[in-house]
Design a binder for this molecule. Structure first.
Ligand code: 1GP
Length: 265
């Protein structure tokens, strides 16, 4: 079991690769996860889709885990290898219907700006017995959807945060801290035409010290770096990873993104 404590500690800016089990076979997902790990990603998030079931999610988690364990094993054989620990595989579910007992952890989240009680507490109550039974480590997370919001915003019936709503996002960030959430995720929606505005990220940053995760519409190092400079601790990319069938090419693209989000030139 990989410890998940480091996920919720503020650190250097880190990258998470989001893999949607509905969009690729477990085999392809495993190849992409390896590319991410080799490029310097620090976490694999599994989720993002409403169109899949627990079997598919589990097959994907297991395939990724086996692939990453092989890399971990290879690193232990190499005394020069810097990072010998397997990166964590964390469920990032849309609901209680697609969970895997084999993940290292789960973002146990409240869609804070949903107008539907189902996403504030309903899905969490439905999933809690399974999570406790199989012992997946929960990471409590406030999830706030910003415009344009995409499918996540629609499905989650979010009252979207607009780029100028800095006071509102600061209040959500403060509330997340008072709930003792371990992470705050500012989401623009998968494939968003515009990512979460830097003004929103910095307003949230001024309001709380909780690690801030930012995702949706981030496709290059410069955009990732803008988010980091505004206060993001974690940058999530999903769609970008699905655009590369070739694992070496994906590794290069992710590696460039991670390097440029960490260093200003
Ligand atoms: C979606 O924030 C994530 O939940 C990632 O978005 O697919 O646009 O990278 P992209």
């Amino acid at each position: 079991m990989v410890g998940v404590e480091s996920i919720v500690r503020r650190n250097i800016p880190r990258h998470a690769l989001l893999i949607d089990p509905a969009d690729q076979s477990p085999d392809v997902a495993a190849k992409r996860a390896i590319a991410g790990a080799m490029a310097g990603s620090s976490m694999i998030l599994i989720g993002g889709s409403s169109g899949t079931d627990s079997d598919n999610v589990d097959r994907t988690v297991v395939a990724i885990k086996e692939a990453l364990e092989l890399i971990e094993w290879a690193a232990t054989q190499d005394s020069d290898a810097q990072n010998q620990e397997r990166i964590p595989i964390i469920l990032f579910p849309q609901g209680a219907n697609a969970l895997s007992p084999n993940a290292d952890g789960i973002t146990f989240m409240m869609l804070m700006n949903s107008t539907d009680p189902r996403f504030l507490i309903g899905e969490q109550v439905a999933g809690a017995p399974f999570i406790k039974k199989v012992g997946i480590e929960p990471i409590s997370m406030g999830y706030v959807i910003c415009a344009p919001g995409g499918k996540a915003g629609e499905v989650g019936k979010a009252d979207l945060i607009k780029p100028e709503d800095v006071g509102r996002v600061a209040s959500y960030a403060a509330a997340a801290e008072l709930f003792d959430f371990k992470l705050l995720y500012l989401e623009a929606g998968s494939g968003a035409s515009t990512p979460v505005s830097p003004d929103l990220i910095s307003a949230a940053r001024s309001s709380t010290d909780i690690p801030i995760v930012v995702g949706g519409g981030i496709r290059d190092g410069a955009t990732a770096r803008t988010a980091v400079e505004a206060g993001a601790d974690w940058i999530v990319t999903g769609t970008l990873g699905e655009e590369y069938a070739d694992a070496d090419e994906l590794r290069e693209v992710l590696s460039e993104l991670i390097i440029s989000m960490r260093f200003t030139d």
